[in-house]
Design a protein around this ligand. Structure first.
Ligand code: NOJ
Length: 755
């Protein structure tokens, strides 16, 4: 439809019809299996509001959605199609690794492909919009949604957010098998006080602009059709009513012209925050801030039309929001084809296709991070990859578990997943492998979780609810297997229900029931490889100390078992890097590599001087740093060389380069990382900031030059007046394979080129 026609349609609609375009109802009206992420009272919506609401969230399936669309359009006074939205976060039915794990691939192209595949499965199932990607920067592992972010770094998050938007939308969301993206949660939802879900955010405008906003902006620049407001208050103002944030920063500065949607009931929650005294005030503040759609409540539905009539808000405000919703429908081509790609036959063909499974396996293995791999003193060889002659005991609750997807894989099914046991039986010599569960996955005291998530797909082992006799028996079997084996692969970690929305934890350790098993097994057989699952960086101190090798495998998705066995056996050489620091202990949070120096910094890790910024009981540095990850081969990176020592005047940039050599015994992939520090500036700058990545794959003995171009733009920051600028002076630069790197090269910016 032309824009002119769209405007004519808008002009022809009644005020109530326009308001209803701004109302999103929960899918549970239509389907009891709809995903629900907040309290709902369906009965709140009147029949007209329900039958004319502009969008629905939480349901999928070509047949169901087609039926709903047909009836809806038939009854709608202007036969306007509905929008179907769903949280497709890391896959629809083919589940890719959770977003934090995707961050660990350091590979935006691959991440784009996973989003594209997710879009394809969703589109053929009738979905038009996904509530992804989540661009929130996270530096607190206690927060359950750390799994849904791509980590602690502004640059990496920006690359990944843009990649996901492109993967979902392609060049245009109206194209076949694409859906519209929604960058969320605007803004700074990833920094709740104390890591506690839905808690408030206090953040200086400087830090907001410098570290938190760029990833959202990157998604907007990539063309995201929607943005979602966050639940939190930001410096005292809930986002859904934050005029400055939405009108000035989002709409004006970032130029976002698409649909701004609230989070689930976040407009209504402004009353609970103590920011609005009643529903009418909440409606006014939200619509005037520019929030176009009210997700899952009747605030807009009940109040906006009346407030226009009484002159409390203008009709222009409603028109603007309704136009944006209609324009989104038009961009998706829904006026011509309201079902878009929804097609039952295609669903059968596309969902869980061989191609998608292969991509899920590739993404999962590239997300695995090898944290430790010690040499065996007897054989003189590293423990991993597992030598084919080893007799391997796979022990732990994750050996058989198919719960390899996060709680945000809302349409993911455990039965589709490949467990470690299945993969090992398929890919390893059967006589050489044994399997034992050993213990349950959760401590018994996780009763609250059990009550909330009664899910018949969860096994007793998943939940750790064995009777005492069974507990003893499975532990005995595990210890017997450990004693018989030459090598133990312990598959441990956090249950998937312990991360995600509303799943913050104050303790980020391995559940005690599993830690006890770990301790007992390590007494029987110290040749241990520990495979760690979970939705967040866990406290791995003890595991890491007592295991000879450690693999972080996150929540790897449908092909998780295959991917992990590929890595264990060496069919794939691990290449993942940590997108987030792994804290030494929960008391170290927040810990991130790109911190500011203090006036009394440590002089190196071994500094024991007293009056220093430090803890008395733990180191300052994390257990495993950002950007870290080992390989089965050895890479040697040469000292950094610079093409010149200065940028400025006619010299717009300089080149920094290293040579990367595969000095080990097999092919492998290294992620080369560029970090920069502004040594002294008018506002202090982080001790290091990631500014470039380059993945190189080298055969044994092969070497390659890796070059980065350093431009003035890369040195820009927000000064004390909030201006984006760069300042002349000296800079340090590192090129290495982790953020934990010492030897930098120095260069200078000679004159200011931008104000
Ligand atoms: C609440 C979550 O915060 C948001 O991320 C999600 O998209 C919506 N609910 C819809 O399910």
């Amino acid at each position: 439809m032309t824009d002119k026609k769209l405007r004519e349609l808008l002009n022809d609609m009644t005020l109530e019809e326009k308001v209803n375009q701004l109302v999103q109802i929960p899918g549970s009206y239509y389907d009891k299996n709809a995903s629900v992420t907040g309290g709902i009272e369906n009965s709140r919506f009147s029949e007209t509001q329900r039958s004319q609401a502009g969008s629905i969230l939480g349901i999928t399936g070509a047949k169901t959605l087609r039926q709903i669309q047909e009836t809806y359009m038939e009854n709608h006074p202007h036969h306007i199609p509905l929008l179907f939205m769903l949280d497709v976060i890391h896959g629809l039915r083919t589940i890719f690794p959770m977003p934090l794990a995707l961050g660990a691939t350091f590979d935006p192209n691959l991440v784009e492909l996973t989003a594209q595949a997710a879009a394809r499965e969703s589109a053929v199932s009738g979905i038009h919009v996904t509530f992804a990607p989540m661009a929130d920067l996270v530096r607190d592992a206690r927060w359950g949604r750390v799994m849904e972010s791509t980590g602690e770094d502004t640059y990496l998050n920006s690359l990944m957010t843009a990649a996901m938007v492109s993967g979902f939308q392609g060049n245009h969301p109206g194209e076949p098998e694409r859906i519209a993206a929604c960058v969320k949660h605007f803004a700074a939802y990833g920094k709740p006080e104390g890591g506690r879900e839905y808690s408030n955010v206090e953040l200086s405008e400087h830090a907001l602009r410098e570290f938190y906003l760029p990833a959202y902006e990157s998604g907007i620049r990539a063309g995201s059709e929607l943005v979602m407001a966050s639940f939190n208050t930001l410096n005292g103002i809930p986002s859904s009513g934050n005029h400055w944030l939405m009108q000035k920063v989002l709409r004006k500065e970032m130029g976002f012209d698409g649909v701004l949607i609230s989070d689930w009931a976040s407009i209504e929650e402004m009353i609970h925050h103590g920011f609005c005294q009643d529903e009418k005030e909440a409606a006014k503040k939200a619509i005037e801030a520019g929030v176009d759609i009210d997700m899952a409540t009747t605030i807009y539905a009940n109040h906006l039309a009346g407030m226009v009539k009484s002159g409390e808000i203008t009709e222009a405000c409603i028109d603007e929001a309704a136009y944006r919703v209609l324009r989104l429908k038009n961009r998706l081509g829904l006026f011509e084809n309201p079902f878009k790609d929804g097609d039952e036959d295609k669903e059968k063909e596309v969902i869980l296709s061989g191609e998608h499974r292969a991509l899920a396996r590739k993404a999962a293995r590239e997300s695995v991070v090898l944290l430790k791999n010690e040499k065996d003193v007897q054989t003189g060889k590293k423990l991993l990859p597992v030598n084919s002659e080893e007799i391997v005991a796979f022990i732990g609750p994750y050996v058989q578990s198919k719960g390899l997807h996060s709680t945000w894989a809302i349409k993911g099914r455990a039965e589709d997943a490949v467990s470690i046991r299945e993969a090992a039986e398929e890919n390893m010599v059967n006589e050489n492998v044994m399997f034992a569960c050993g213990c349950g996955m959760m401590n018994r005291d996780n009763g609250m979780i059990l009550k909330r998530h009664i899910d018949e797909t969860l096994t007793e082992a998943d939940l750790g609810i064995f009777d005492e006799q069974t507990e003893k028996q499975i532990e005995r079997e595990a210890l017997e297997a450990a004693a018989k084996a030459s090598l133990v692969v312990l598959c441990l970690g956090e249950h998937r229900l312990l991360s995600g929305e509303a799943a913050s934890r104050s303790d980020i350790g391995i559940p005690m029931v599993q830690l006890e098993l770990f301790r007992k097994v390590s007494e029987v057989n110290p040749r241990i490889v520990t495979v760690i699952f979970g939705g967040r960086p866990l406290d791995l101190r003890e595991i890491s100390e007592k295991s000879m090798a450690v693999l972080e495998v996150w929540l790897p998705g449908t092909e998780g078992g295959n991917a992990i066995v590929d890595v264990l056996t060496g069919a794939y050489n691990p290449s993942g890097k940590l997108p987030v620091s792994f804290p030494y202990s929960v008391g170290q949070i927040p810990v991130h590599y790109n911190e500011y120096a203090t006036g009394r910094p440590l002089n190196g890790k071994e500094d024991i001087a007293f009056y220093r910024s430090r803890y008395l009981d733990i180191p300052n540095h994390p257990l495993y740093p950002f950007g870290y990850g080992l390989s089965y081969t050895d890479f040697v990176i040469s000292p950094v060389e610079l093409s010149r020592k200065t940028i400025g005047g006619a010299e717009k940039s300089l080149k920094a380069f290293v040579t990367v050599k595969n000095a080990g015994s097999r092919k492998g992939t290294e992620t080369v990382q560029l970090y920069i520090r502004d040594i002294a500036a008018s506002v202090v700058r982080p001790v290091k900031e990631l500014k470039g990545i380059c993945k190189v794959t080298l055969e044994q003995g092969e070497e390659q030059k890796v070059e980065f171009e350093i431009t003035e733009e890369m040195l820009q920051f927000h000064d004390a007046d909030g201006r984006l600028t760069s300042e002349p002076g000296s800079y340090l630069l590192w090129i290495d394979n982790s953020s934990d790197t010492e030897a930098g090269a120095e260069f200078a910016l000679e004159r200011k080129e931008h104000i």
